[in-house]
Write a protein that binds this ligand. Structure first.
Ligand code: TRP
Ligand code: SF4
Length: 329
């Protein structure tokens, strides 16, 4: 335990069931980090409210669905602290106290702020909570004095922002309260969606992590291949084919064989897809089984979150005592 390299915190908004893009873009990294670091993984349900404050009826279910996905992919409550943001009220207190020292201009210039304002339509995002999104994230991280935060590239500015807030607090209150957390950029495998665009819920082109094994080949059949290949003997280009991108991830043998046969027009897409479905079933069937097991014991999820809450609160309380002391309240 004590030989670990330091503390890590990361979080995900509870958007419901995760898809293969989430698995190979983020979750797989978390699973690996568990052995090297003391890890806190947080379901950030308050962050869900910063944009989806009008339709909240699914948030509680989504929290559970996401935790089930985490566990079935190998996040381990014996190794990591798995908890829900709203269970640890100290996140709110730290957010409030840090809001006193955070210049508005810092929040306004966070690149995701302006981008999302433009991208998300049909909602009024001229809210206090939405502007404060990165500060709530900073509070998540600093509360546990995380040394590092594993995230995708899009989130890197938020970690940079967190370092600035930490530095400002340490400077103003003349105490090294918070370490400045490093960014660990997630290693990322390219995961195209069914239509060969990036896999994303908003494109409606996803494959869920928890797909039942018998449904895999149906999805794979829908996937786009090299559009230039019309007849079976036409030479293909695997580099632009989403099936090939998936072979890269799931196929633990014969990759070069496929590349060559495809380029030579010696293998048909139907066969290539069948082959892939088999590899995916091998990989995803155990994930599915673990999900089924957890779904049959829903109390387990509550217990894991309760245990996580207890462990998280211990650390959070300690940090808050220091912060209150430093800030004179
Ligand atoms: N903003 C992150 C995202 O949208 C989620 C998040 C909230 C987070 N708090 C965090 C990530 C703390 C890392 C650390 O993906
Ligand atoms: Fe893609 Fe396989 Fe068809 Fe080649 S043979 S285009 S890699 S599906």
């Amino acid at each position: 335990m004590q030989s670990k390299k330091g503390t890590i915190l990361s979080g995900m908004r509870p958007t419901g069931k995760l898809h293969l893009g989430n698995l190979f873009g983020a979750l797989e990294n978390w699973v690996k980090l568990q052995d090297e670091y003391r890890c806190f993984f947080c379901v950030v349900d308050w962050h869900a409210l910063t944009t989806a404050y009008e339709d909240t009826e699914d948030i509680r279910d989504n929290v559970k669905e996401m935790v089930i996905d985490w566990l079935s992919c190998g996040i381990d409550p014996e190794k990591s602290v798995i908890f829900k943001q709203s269970d640890v009220k100290e996140h709110a207190e730290l957010h409030l106290l840090l809001s006193m020292i955070t210049p508005l201009s810092w929040l306004e210039r966070v690149p995701t702020y302006k981008e999302q304002l433009k991208q998300i339509e049909g909602r009024n995002l001229a809210t206090y909570g939405f502007l404060g999104y990165p500060l709530l994230q900073a509070a998540d991280i600093l509360l546990y004095k995380a040394d590092a935060v594993p995230v995708g590239e899009d989130q890197a500015p938020h970690i940079e922002f967190t370092r600035e807030v930490a530095r400002r607090a340490n400077y103003l209150y003349k105490k090294p309260i918070f370490p400045e957390p490093a960014t660990i950029l997630n290693e990322y495998k390219v995961v195209p969606g069914l239509d060969n665009r990036k896999m994303s819920k908003s494109y409606d082109n996803i494959i869920e992590i928890s797909i039942p094994p018998e449904k895999i080949s149906g999805k794979v059949r829908m996937m786009v291949t090299d559009p230039g290949r019309i007849r079976k003997n036409d030479p293909g280009n695997p580099q632009i084919c989403s099936i090939y991108a998936f072979h890269r991830i799931f196929n633990t043998a014969g990759l070069s064989g496929i590349e060559e046969s495809c380029r030579a027009g010696a293998i048909g897409c139907v066969e290539c897809k069948k082959d892939l479905s088999g590899w995916m079933q091998n990989f995803l069937a155990p994930v599915y089984d673990r999900r089924r097991e957890l779904e049959n014991n829903p109390r387990v999820i509550d217990e894991i979150l309760e245990e996580g809450r207890e462990k998280a609160v211990k650390v959070a309380r300690k940090t808050m005592e220091e912060v209150r002391q430093a800030m004179g309240v």
